[in-house]
Design a protein around this ligand. Structure first.
Ligand SMILES: O=C(O)CCC(=O)C(=O)O
Ligand SMILES: [Fe+2]
Length: 326
């Protein structure tokens, strides 16, 4: 299996490699594209592995998804949130497991936590089951989401293969095979008092891996060494982050990173997350368990996650903490 052509990783400052130029001021270092082109495959895997282990996130450019697919997805998403409320309201539901769900920060009956965010959640896999349920307006939404979800799924599989390889698990099929894909479109309206709220509160993603497309408005922040690092948008790139299921599978080698979204008073922001997870039990890979690295997590499935959401633990600790073996 081959790596995506030249993954371009954006890494926090102190991790930057010898000879890599320091480009940004906000605590984030970019590895310039040219440097990666010169790197051999094992070196790229090493960079990927460092990024996953220490930070749980990186950015990918040169991913092979055409700009046109990305632009269409962003454009149709924007038009969805501009539809009259009555139109969007048809997809509102209190039922978290609805395959298509819309929610708005101006009607918070649905969510316990207040977020300055509207969202549209679309289940995508298998596509033939879910596409007929996606909103029929704007008229080109289904086509754009269909194409976007297929391409991001393919990219997910390639990135996952590379991540497994970086862990020395090339034969491990269990995790990259069939699974769920959710496309979550997030719209953060400009907020008159941004210091009083967040677009999304601190959380980590439940699944294996998330591929996130963001527009050019800053907002996503990653927790690292007790501070918040803003992820600078790179046009048409994907921010990839490790989710809880993968931290468990990797027996804690790779980290599911806590992140949040800040809002601002001037500009609205749009992002599209493609969330990949599996339904079945996830258990730490036996190949990553040994005398020095005992099993660190309990076996986990979606029912455990739902149970956690309704339990008293939800308010005081992360889901992952509840799965840790001490
Ligand atoms: O909007 C963003 O940048 C992040 C969204 C996110 O964290 C999520 O959908 O889980
Ligand atoms: Fe997230």
């Amino acid at each position: 299996m081959s790596l995506p052509a030249e993954p371009y990783v954006e890494l926090p400052k102190h991790m930057y490699q010898k000879g890599v130029k320091h480009l940004c001021e906000n605590g984030v270092t970019q590895v310039p594209h040219k440097q990666l082109q010169g790197m051999d495959r094992s070196r790229v895997l090493k960079v990927l592995s460092n990024a996953c282990r220490e930070f749980g996130f990186f950015q990918v450019v040169n991913h092979g998804i055409a700009d046109e697919v990305i632009v269409k997805m962003m454009d149709v998403s924007k038009r969805f949130f501009e539809l009259p409320f009555e139109e969007r309201q048809r997809y509102m539901s209190n039922n978290l497991s609805q395959p298509v769900r819309y929610g708005t920060s101006f009607n918070q009956n649905n969510d316990g936590v207040f977020c300055w965010r509207d969202f549209l959640k679309l289940s995508c896999h298998p596509m033939q089951d879910f596409a007929p349920l996606w909103p029929s307006s704007p008229v080109d939404l289904r086509e754009a989401v269909g194409e976007y979800s297929m391409k991001t799924r393919h990219l997910y599989e390639r990135v996952m293969d590379a991540i497994l390889e970086s862990l020395g698990l090339t034969d491990e099929k269990v995790i990259s095979n069939d699974g769920n894909q959710l496309v979550m479109v997030n719209y953060y309206p400009a907020c008159p008092q941004p210091e009083l709220t967040l677009g999304l509160p601190p959380h980590s993603d439940y699944g294996l891996l998330t591929l996130l497309l963001q527009d050019q408005v800053e907002g996503l922040q990653i927790q690292h060494n007790d501070r918040w690092v803003t992820v600078k948008p790179i046009p048409n790139s994907f921010v990839v982050n490790i989710g809880d299921q993968f931290e468990i599978f990797s027996n804690g080698r790779y980290k599911s990173v806590v992140h949040r979204v800040a809002v601002n008073s001037m500009r609205s922001r749009l992002s599209v997350a493609s969330l990949h997870s599996v339904n079945e039990n996830v258990t730490p890979s036996p190949k990553l368990i040994d005398y020095l690295n005992p099993k660190r997590y309990k076996d986990t499935n979606y029912a455990d996650f739902l149970h956690y959401l309704t339990s008293s633990e939800f308010k005081c600790k992360r889901f992952l903490e509840s799965r840790r073996i001490n």
